[in-house]
Design a protein around this ligand. Sequence first.
Ligand code: 4NP
Length: 172
Amino acid sequence: MPTPFEKPITKEDPFNLCFVCLGNICRSPTAEGVFQHLVKERGLDPYFYVDSAGTGAYHVGEAANSKSQEMANKHGIELDSRARKFEPDDLKEFDLILAMDHENFDNLQKLDLKNEYSGKLFLMREFDPKPGTKAVPDPYFGGMDGFKDVYDIVYRSCEALLNKLEKQIEED
Ligand code: 4NP
């Protein structure tokens, strides 16, 4: 199977990516909103489908956490996702699946019963240009500082990831 970074991206066959955390109310909705914002800013809407999900079902149906929304809004970004649980079929549907931390990554691997989709699974921070830990810290039980850190990490990583994927676009 070709890697996600070999796939030609066209309007007819857009690139589908899904950001995954635990609750799908803090980290992954931030990543979805930021990545979508960058896509729009570059006029690349027809080439990408962006989604997010959680490995846990505790918050299904909920809007993004108010502190995550506050951070995004400060930068002119709306977070309009509703929490959903990542389903095994999503492994097939998405071209690239980006886990926020090692626990989410391990849980995604466990859903891949026949080990068919490992080439699609990455930690989002693999693309963070700043060296350091590969996990996005869970901000849920902490204060605003944690949410600011999440936003900064997510923004850096999404910008670098889109720079990479943009090279795969084939205009017709
Ligand atoms: P997220 O944050 O995984 O970034 O959406 C969390 C949200 C909820 C919980 C943990 C983390 N929780 O324990 O309910």
